[in-house]
Design a protein around this ligand. Structure first.
Ligand SMILES: [Zn+2]
Length: 190
C-alpha cells in the first residue's frame, strides 16, 4: 500500500489518513484530488494539503464541530496548519465566513448540537437563549421589567432585534388577542 499522493510505501510506523475521511473536507474548501476513496495518504501529505489550505480547513471544522470538539481536535492539536490558519485569519478577518453549509449539513448540525444548545435553553425565563451571536428574549405577564433589563443589556452589547414572535394565542379567551408570552429574536451582525 502506497500514499495516493507521494507514492511512498505506507509501512506500519508511518501515519496515514484514509482518503474517504478527508475528501469531503477538501471538496468543501475547493480542492479536487484524484486519489481513490479506499486508499490512504501519508501523514506528511495530509499535513501539507491542510497547510496549503489552512484557512478553508479551519473554517470547515469551526462550522462543523461543536465548540468543545473544535477546541480539543483543532485548537489543542498543536498542528502547524492550525497556527497558519490563525495567523492568516488575524491578518484578514474577512476570510472567516467563506464556507456555508448545504441543507443536509445544516440538518446534521441541528442534530449534533441539539443537546449542547438545549443545555443553555431556558424555556420559561426572560432570557430564553443567548450566546455570542444570538439572543432570544421572552416577554411574559409579570416579567416586563426583567424583559426591559435584558432588552437594554443586549442592545448595549450591539445585538439587533431581527424578529418578533407574538406567541401562541389563548384558545377560547373571548376577545383576547396575542400570546401569553412573546419572543424577541436578536442577532449580533458582523
Ligand atoms: Zn504522501
Amino acid at each position: 500500500m502506497n500514499c495516493q499522493n507521494c507514492n511512498i510505501a505506507l509501512a506500519d510506523n508511518i501515519p496515514k489518513t484514509p482518503v474517504k475521511d478527508i475528501r469531503h473536507i477538501l471538496t468543501k474548501v475547493g480542492i479536487q484530488v484524484n486519489w481513490t476513496d479506499n486508499g490512504f495518504i501519508c501523514g506528511n501529505c495530509h499535513n501539507q494539503v491542510f497547510e496549503k489550505n489552512a484557512v478553508g480547513v479551519y473554517n470547515y471544522f469551526k462550522l462543523n464541530l461543536s465548540n468543545d470538539q473544535f477546541t480539543q481536535t483543532v485548537l489543542n492539536s498543536g498542528l502547524r496548519w492550525v497556527t497558519i490558519a490563525q495567523n492568516e485569519l488575524q491578518k484578514n478577518p474577512s476570510n472567516q465566513t467563506t464556507i456555508t453549509t448545504n441543507e443536509k449539513e445544516l440538518e446534521r448540525i441541528t442534530l449534533e448540537r441539539h443537546d449542547e444548545f438545549k443545555a443553555h435553553w431556558n424555556k420559561d425565563k426572560t432570557v430564553q437563549f443567548k450566546n455570542d451571536k444570538i439572543a432570544i428574549l421572552r416577554r411574559h405577564v409579570g416579567g416586563q421589567v426583567q424583559f426591559i433589563v435584558a432588552f437594554d443589556q443586549v442592545t448595549r452589547e450591539g445585538f439587533k432585534l431581527m424578529a418578533i414572535d407574538e406567541g401562541k394565542s389563548i384558545d377560547g379567551g373571548a376577545g383576547i388577542t396575542g400570546g401569553i408570552s412573546s419572543f424577541y429574536y436578536f442577532q449580533k451582525v458582523g
